[in-house]
Design a protein around this ligand. Structure first.
Ligand code: HEC
Ligand code: HEC
Ligand code: HEC
Ligand code: HEC
Ligand code: HEC
Ligand code: HEC
Ligand code: HEC
Ligand code: HEC
Ligand code: HEC
Ligand code: HEC
Ligand code: HEC
Ligand code: HEC
Ligand code: HEC
Length: 432
């Protein structure tokens, strides 16, 4: 061997402090360091010294040769080339704390951005339990570990490191059909406008559609007043308790009908009350058929306003009524017992003994409403009137339940009054 060659070899093997010319990637050494899909630029350029320097005088190939980093903290190595503001409190904590290597490989990687793992979530779950809680309903992108479609690794001025400022813009970026659907509603539910994550967990949940809870609890969390009026009251609507509860009648995101209803109130009510329902020992008649058969509809029914008298959510009164209405045939008179009817009709109807104009139910000036209703053993309105509809003028009933008996009324309107021969008394006639 020529001396000069020997000298070169000696320099290579015994060089105590390798300089810029030193090659770390040789046929035997560090051959793997630049083989992956993505190689960090300084590694590709074999500029190992950008980050490493030999800390002792041992032979580079000798045991214990210490090629430490140029700086004590990794982050100081990285920030010699990468401008990252470690003081910025908006940034992700592990970034500002300089934990670059918890997410990146310094040399090379199979994944973009020199990330340590194949999926981003595999990196994130080192520190977060998101997507690993084994809940039954996992959001599509979380299920495949794609945290990065919504989050930035480092963060920025957006909350929660999100890639969009507004959460809804993020959701709509993928859910364009939902965006169109919601955009076409006449009215949008306030919390939907505010942020989808008011009700949906962006990652995973116990409940379908990654909801944070199910109706009615979900709804009660903001609508406490509805909870109060629907629980522990005399009259509770089974429509709130069964199947989809609130969603039997309301849409969650918005609607073309007021109160986010699925349909007009009237159609909604008749949709379920289209057939008789067993209700304890009582059977509720099928309201739809009833209205088809009885064509003289009460004013608010004509206006299709079922909720004018009924509170669809529940009530302290019988039959979900918004105001008190006596359930009996006879009751001692007290004006408060007729709050329901007198929301819309004048109280004087039953308060004035004599009248020439308050009511047509009079004989001369004798107020027959007063006579029947305003007394110790008064007849209630139901003794003579149907509340929803009937086939007689003034919604007079055919019959009225009296114990087990359907007591007939036999009312006939006459030109200047009317007559009836009910089960209560013999034929009587009145003339105004
Ligand atoms: C961008 C900075 C940087 C460059 C350039 C760089 N390294 Fe590294 N290297 C590091 C860091 C940081 C560590 C420590 C990794 C750890 O602690 O997990 C490291 C660790 C190592 C290790 C020991 C651990 C391991 O991954 O096997 C070897 C060997 C190594 N580097 C060789 C090289 C060689 C050879 C080159 C040049 C081809 C090189 N490095 C270029 C930053 C760099
Ligand atoms: C000597 C300068 C230098 C140092 C030191 C350095 N880098 Fe880099 N890094 C680069 C260059 C150059 C690029 C390519 C830049 C580009 O493409 O815009 C790069 C790119 C990257 C990328 C993006 C890769 C991609 O695919 O886009 C990441 C991640 C990265 N570096 C992380 C680190 C980390 C972590 C450290 C510290 C361990 C570090 N760098 C130290 C020079 C450096
Ligand atoms: C929590 C994981 C995590 C930590 C910690 C982290 N990064 Fe990143 N980094 C990422 C992810 C993910 C990307 C891909 C781009 C994105 O999602 O924002 C990225 C992108 C990069 C890029 C390329 C894009 C750019 O912004 O220029 C560089 C360079 C980089 N990181 C350097 C660093 C350095 C230096 C540190 C340490 C101070 C660090 N990273 C800490 C996750 C991390
Ligand atoms: C090395 C640990 C670590 C890794 C890896 C990590 N994080 Fe974090 N992350 C944290 C810490 C610490 C916080 C701050 C928690 C706090 O302040 O309570 C945080 C906070 C967050 C926050 C809330 C930020 C805010 O402003 O409220 C989000 C979102 C987040 N991380 C997402 C991710 C994603 C996505 C990944 C994967 C790319 C990831 N993290 C990887 C440690 C980590
Ligand atoms: C579909 C978009 C989306 C995806 C995918 C996603 N996130 Fe989030 N993440 C969000 C939103 C939106 C928030 C803010 C929630 C809020 O404000 O209540 C958030 C918040 C967070 C937080 C803050 C604490 C918390 O739970 O509220 C962490 C940590 C987090 N995400 C980690 C992850 C990790 C890890 C992944 C991947 C496994 C991931 N995220 C995937 C949208 C997403
Ligand atoms: C990166 C795209 C993407 C983003 C961003 C995104 N989603 Fe999704 N989302 C999906 C995919 C994919 C599915 C699963 C496919 C499906 O069921 O339609 C899904 C499913 C859902 C489902 C269940 C749908 C069903 O019919 O079962 C809900 C609810 C949902 N996302 C809400 C949200 C919310 C809220 C946000 C914003 C925080 C959001 N998504 C952001 C892609 C995305
Ligand atoms: C007030 C609570 C609430 C808010 C806020 C909310 N949702 Fe929903 N979302 C629900 C409920 C409840 C369901 C289940 C509907 C059902 O069972 O029919 C649902 C279902 C969904 C579904 C799947 C079923 C369907 O209707 O296609 C998607 C997708 C969805 N929501 C997206 C969104 C998006 C996007 C936002 C934000 C713009 C959002 N949601 C805001 C309560 C909400
Ligand atoms: C049987 C149908 C039906 C069901 C079931 C139902 N609602 Fe309603 N809701 C209505 C109707 C009809 C209105 C409009 C009332 C009116 O016209 O005054 C309404 C109005 C509302 C309003 C606005 C007016 C107010 O009273 O504050 C809220 C809030 C509401 N509902 C919440 C709920 C919640 C929460 C549930 C489940 C616990 C629920 N609803 C179940 C029919 C229903
Ligand atoms: C995060 C809180 C929140 C949740 C959860 C929520 N709401 Fe609301 N809701 C509101 C706010 C705020 C309004 C508007 C103010 C008001 O009328 O009380 C509103 C209004 C309504 C209205 C009246 C709309 C109108 O036209 O006046 C109905 C009906 C309603 N919500 C039903 C529901 C139902 C059903 C659910 C469950 C699926 C639900 N809400 C869940 C906050 C919420
Ligand atoms: C989703 C189906 C459904 C809808 C919609 C519905 N109901 Fe009901 N309703 C029921 C059921 C079921 C019962 C009770 C039968 C039972 O308890 O066995 C009931 C009972 C009633 C009762 C008797 C309650 C009592 O305590 O005496 C009234 C009054 C009533 N509904 C009115 C309405 C009105 C008004 C609407 C429209 C705002 C409506 N319902 C819409 C299913 C529905
Ligand atoms: C003018 C007030 C008023 C209006 C408007 C009204 N109701 Fe009623 N409803 C009552 C009263 C009063 C009762 C109790 C009747 C009784 O006890 O004899 C009742 C009872 C009921 C019952 C229980 C069955 C029964 O006959 O006792 C149902 C179901 C019902 N209503 C449904 C409806 C529907 C559906 C609408 C709209 C199409 C409606 N109501 C509109 C006052 C009204
Ligand atoms: C929500 C308002 C409202 C309530 C409550 C109400 N009504 Fe009526 N009522 C009307 C309207 C409107 C008319 C139609 C008046 C017209 O056609 O000029 C009407 C008409 C009547 C008529 C027939 C009058 C005629 O000239 O044909 C009778 C009888 C009647 N109501 C009895 C009652 C009774 C009994 C109650 C209590 C169970 C009651 N109403 C509760 C609004 C109401
Ligand atoms: C004994 C039977 C009877 C009772 C009880 C009764 N009504 Fe009447 N009501 C009638 C008759 C009959 C008419 C029709 C009068 C006419 O036009 O000839 C009538 C008419 C009405 C009218 C139409 C306007 C008017 O006064 O002419 C209203 C409103 C009314 N009643 C409300 C009520 C209310 C509210 C109650 C309960 C507080 C009640 N009625 C109790 C028999 C009765």
């Amino acid at each position: 061997m020529k001396n000069s060659i020997r000298l070169i070899l000696l320099i290579i093997f015994f060089n105590p402090l390798p300089g810029a010319a030193q090659t770390c990637i040789t046929t035997e050494c560090h051959t793997e360091i630049n083989q992956k899909q993505l190689v960090h630029v300084p590694v590709e350029e074999e500029d190992c010294q950008a980050c490493h320097e030999q800390k002792n005088k041992k032979h580079p190939k000798a045991r214990g040769a210490d090629f430490g980093l140029t700086e004590t903290d990794v982050v100081d190595v990285c920030t010699t080339c990468h401008d990252i503001d470690l003081e910025n409190p908006e940034l992700h904590k592990p970034v500002t704390e300089g934990m670059c290597l918890s997410c990146h490989n310094p040399h090379q990687s199979e994944s973009p951005y020199l990330l340590k793992e194949k999926t981003v979530s595999a990196i994130c779950v080192q520190c977060h339990d998101t997507g690993t809680r084994d809940l039954p309903h996992v959001h599509g992108p979380v299920a495949v570990g794609a945290c990065e479609v919504c989050h930035q690794g480092h963060g920025n001025m957006n909350n929660s490191l999100l890639v969009f400022k507004e959460v809804n813009d993020l959701c709509y970026d993928c859910h364009t059909i939902k965006q169109d659907e919601i955009g076409n509603y006449n009215q949008i539910h306030d919390p939907v406008e505010e942020s989808c994550v008011n009700c949906h967990d962006p990652h995973e949940s116990e409940y379908p559609y990654q909801l944070t809870d199910v109706a009615p609890e979900l709804c009660f969390s903001c609508h406490g007043a509805i909870e109060d009026m629907s629980e522990n009251v005399l009259s509770q609507h089974k429509a709130l308790k069964e199947d989809r509860t609130c969603l039997n009648c309301h849409l969650p995101h918005g609607s073309n009908y007021q109160y986010n209803l699925k349909q007009e109130t009237f159609d909604l009510c008749l949709g379920c009350h289209d057939k008789p329902m067993k209700f304890g020992r009582v059977t509720i008649p099928g309201m739809k058929k009833f209205l088809e058969k009885n064509t003289d509809w009460h004013g608010p029914i004509r206006d299709k306003d079922c909720s004018g008298c009924h509170n669809p959510h529940g009530s302290v009164n019988i039959r979900l009524l918004r105001y008190f209405y006596p359930p009996e045939f006879y009751t001692s008179f007290n004006i408060d017992k007729y709050q329901l009817c007198f929301q819309c009709h004048p109280e004087t109807n039953v308060l004035d003994k004599n009248t020439t104009k308050l009511t047509n139910f009079r004989d001369g000036t004798r107020n027959l409403h007063y006579l029947h209703v305003n007394r110790a053993k008064g007849r209630t309105c139901r003794a003579c009137h149907q509340t929803h509809a009937s086939n007689h003028a003034f919604h007079i009933r055919d019959t009225v339940p009296f114990g087990r008996w359907q007591l007939p009324i036999n009312y006939v309107a006459t030109e200047n009054g009317g007559k009836c021969s009910p089960g209560c008394h013999k034929l009587k006639e009145y003339k105004r």
